[in-house]
Design a protein around this ligand. Structure first.
Ligand SMILES: *Cc1c(COP(=O)(O)O)cnc(C)c1O
Length: 378
């Protein structure tokens, strides 16, 4: 058997794309902000109950937009976990501000509110949170800290589309939320993302639209609010082709179906590996009462992780590690961090193993992964 780590779940995506291409002669366009972009955007806004969503070419792009919207100045500090992907932190450096790393909680592997408070200085402007594996951060505590200190909260919800904190969808709780529709995430269009604006400053929505359209007020023009569009601010090109939006619309129709399939696989792994946890051999994911997760990934923490990965690969099971902590990466060292600065992050990173999990995995494949793990650990 050969079981990949992840695989997008594709059914009838071609139908919408064919419809779009078939209507080009009628004036449908394949550039950004066409019919399917409008439809995908409406879906996000309705389903996740958010005032404003904007499709972007990636979550990285959405995080860049979010960061620029905060109007940070050089010297300003932004608190973020080190246990994340480079995209969470690059935008902070791109605007000349300073990322300040904080430790994660041992149970959820999400940023630790206690350490956030310790990292706050008079220069702190924002807190960036990452909902690891689609399991919510401790948002009430984090929003309270942000409120008390007058800080923005940006949610890197790349893993967390359709997951919840209490009764609210992740990405809709902080001032700004960022989704990813990259191939490896739960809902995909190859490369894609979205920016969610929850802050009630209307100015922020207008600035985001301008920033996304090369610094022009083209969005207003399309809505008939101005009679010409022109260059009004600094911007870039953050909008995806409508072909990708068509793909995404098809994925959104399977939103609950995809999540259900993922949750079933996650539950089977949890059940199968519970005896290993009882014996103290592995530590399984913890989902707090307040979180409704989306089974974005299945991980466990264990000794000799790299040996187990090799043994699993030899059996055709593509298990893998995850983040090299940002503070101990080459770039983190350039920022002045050192190994040993975040012990929980470092231990988790060295012990974490992710198993194949994707909708469409057969029962036989799931069983094979489980038995391969059992044999590799023995
Ligand atoms: C995947 C990922 C990103 C980047 O998403 P893209 O859509 O590929 O830009 C950012 N943050 C986290 C936590 C991710 O897992």
């Amino acid at each position: 058997m050969n079981i990949p780590f992840s695989r997008p779940y594709i059914t009838d995506e071609l139908d919408y794309i064919a419809e779009l291409l078939g209507n080009i002669s009628k004036g449908w366009n394949i550039s950004g902000d066409g019919r399917y972009t409008a439809r995908a955007t409406k879906f996000l806004e309705t389903r996740f109950e958010v005032e404003k969503a904007l499709l972007t070419t990636s979550c990285t792009g959405a995080l860049e937009m979010a960061t620029r919207l905060l109007n940070l100045s050089p010297g300003d500090e932004v608190i973020s976990p080190s246990f994340t992907f480079s995209s969470t932190v690059n935008p902070i450096l791109l605007v000349g501000a300073k990322p300040v790393f904080a430790e994660i909680q041992e149970d959820t592997l999400n940023i630790d509110p206690v350490d956030i408070e310790q990292k706050i200085t008079c220069k702190t402007r924002a807190i960036y949170v990452v909902h690891y594996a689609g399991v919510a951060c401790d948002m009430d505590k984090i929003m309270k800290i942000a409120d008390d200190h007058g800080l923005y909260v940006v949610e890197d919800a790349a893993h967390a589309v359709n997951a919840k904190y209490k009764d609210r969808y992740l990405g809709t709780i902080g001032d700004l939320g960022c989704y990813s529709f990259h191939d490896t995430k739960n809902y995909v269009c190859g490369e894609g993302g979205a920016l969610l604006i929850n802050n009630d400053d209307k100015n922020m929505v207008e600035r985001a639209e301008i920033m996304r359209e090369k610094g022009t007020n083209r969005s207003k023009f399309f809505r008939g609010e101005v009679d010409k569009y022109t260059w009004v601010d600094i911007g870039s090109s953050h909008l995806p082709s409508d072909i990708l939006a068509a793909f995404l619309c098809s994925q959104f129709e399977k939103l609950d179906n995809i999540q259900c399939m993922r949750l079933n696989i996650h539950a089977r792994y949890m059940e199968a590996f519970a005896p290993l946890e009882e014996k103290g051999i592995v530590r399984l994911p913890v989902v707090p009462e307040y979180a409704c997760h989306n089974a974005h990934l299945f991980y466990m923490l264990l000794d000799n992780r790299d040996t187990i990965i090799s043994k699993l690969r030899a059996r055709g099971v593509h298990a893998t590690f995850h983040y090299i902590p940002l503070h101990s990466a080459h770039m983190g060292k350039k920022l002045g961090y050192r190994e040993g600065d975040f012990p929980v992050t470092e231990i988790v990173s060295s012990r974490l193993l992710r198993l194949p999990l994707y909708p469409g995995m057969t029962g036989e494949q799931i069983d094979y992964v489980i038995s391969s793990v059992m044999e590799s650990i023995e």
